[in-house]
Design a protein around this ligand. Structure first.
Ligand SMILES: [Zn+2]
Length: 392
């Protein structure tokens, strides 16, 4: 089985790190099903497109404090075996995002993002399972060949600085979805950590127009509320919140208020539910686990309809809670989690890494969702938006 960069000699050509197992790192709970239900889960996952709208299907070192050193090497290690276990057909991969500190202390540098993209693409070019998706038809092509479709995504547009043409360059490197603003405000608009959000700037509007022209999907997961509403209005095609939850259930800046969720849905957009540790909590389930996650899913589905919700778990292979400690400042953890207090967990039980995607389908089956509704939330809703945004 191919492993990342195995076309090179580990230890001689690149620095070796000890990684945790890709499956079964921690005793995460499998949703309990009857044999009939499990058969239905398997059939649904075979017959319908399974898409993760936001994930980081890469490995972080067993000793999480070695992660900054791994990043400085510029090589992100894809968890190929873990991905096979996920039974996903498509994954939106967000690479190093705010932790892409290859040459920088603060992240989001243009050179670092290109370095990250180029290195990942070099790795992918040496194997058969991951297929980088450039247009809608690549998704079916990947599925029919038993491959997983990879959508290269960038969580924030800070790296383009004030250079509009860099959006085209990212597109050329394969990027098919971009967040306008990460938590810290940039030249495009306001981020969720800012106390004032002036909305989408003139430059931000130019970027939205260029993304529409190119056929690159727009994400406002980390923007402030005003900027999100402006982007929804300004874009000619529907946009995404790829990974967030409902502020009505958990009042933190990282969650979205009802007005944003409704405006997004009214324009045909889709809202992916986030599962990174300590994000989608609820008063009923303040200890983060699959139940808290699904409560956010049901809230959004009830608010705007099953046609406008999807799953963007935002998980990875390794100690995610530890990663938040190591990169707390870069990821604005403090400002994103300002709100009610909660017990910290070492991992999100039931949705610890991308391989646990089947647990979402199990939960929906056990809770009486129809095949049609499961198919919508698991992939069809996302496809409907991509068909309007991407090149066919
Ligand atoms: Zn994010």
């Amino acid at each position: 089985m191919y492993r990342s960069y195995s076309y090179l000699e580990e230890g001689r050509d690149f620095q070796a790190f000890k990684f945790p197992p890709e499956v079964g790192r921690v005793p995460s709970t499998v949703v309990s099903t009857t044999p009939n239900q499990e058969e239905r889960v398997a059939r649904l996952m075979r017959e319908h497109l399974m898409i993760s709208l936001h994930d980081h299907p890469t490995l972080v070192p067993e000793n999480i404090f070695e992660l900054p050193e791994l990043i400085r090497q510029g090589r992100d290690f894809t968890a190929y075996d873990g991905l096979r276990a996920s039974r996903l057909h498509v994954v939106f991969d967000n690479m190093l995002d705010g932790t892409s500190m290859i040459t920088s202390k603060s992240g989001w540098k243009w050179d670092d993002v290109l370095y990250d993209l180029g290195m990942r693409l070099s790795d992918f070019a040496h194997q058969e399972y991951v297929r980088v998706v450039h247009r809608v038809s690549d998704i079916e092509a990947a599925r029919s060949h038993g491959q997983i479709g990879f959508v290269m995504s960038v969580e924030g547009a800070m790296p383009i600085e004030n250079e509009l043409d860099r959006v085209d360059i990212l597109y050329g490197f394969g990027v098919r979805l971009m967040g306008l603003v990460y938590s810290e405000g940039n030249a495009l608009g306001g981020g969720l950590k800012e106390s004032r959000d002036g909305g989408l700037t003139k430059f931000g509007r130019q970027v939205v127009r260029r993304m529409n022209q190119l056929g690159m999907a727009i994400d406002v997961s980390h923007t402030g509320g005003r900027t999100a509403l402006d982007a929804i209005e300004c874009s000619e095609t529907p946009i995404f919140v790829t990974h967030a939850g409902a502020r009505a259930l958990w009042d933190t800046p990282r969650m979205k208020p009802d007005c944003v969720i409704k405006a997004l849905a009214e324009k045909g957009g889709v809202f992916g539910i986030e599962a990174a540790p300590h994000t989608t909590l609820t008063a009923n389930h303040p200890r983060h686990l699959l139940e808290s996650y699904m409560e956010h899913f049901e809230y959004v589905a009830n608010l705007v309809g099953i046609d406008h919700v999807a799953f963007g778990p935002d998980t990875l292979y390794g100690d995610h809670a530890g990663l938040h400690q190591v990169f707390a400042k870069a990821m604005s953890i403090d400002s994103a989690q300002t709100g009610p207090s909660f017990p910290e967990v070492p991992y999100v039980d039931g949705l610890e890494n991308p391989s646990e995607f089947p647990n979402i389908i199990r939960w929906l089956v056990v809770h009486g969702y129809s095949d049609a509704d499961i198919a919508k939330a698991a992939g069809e809703n996302i496809m409907r938006v991509l068909q309007k945004v991407w090149v066919p």
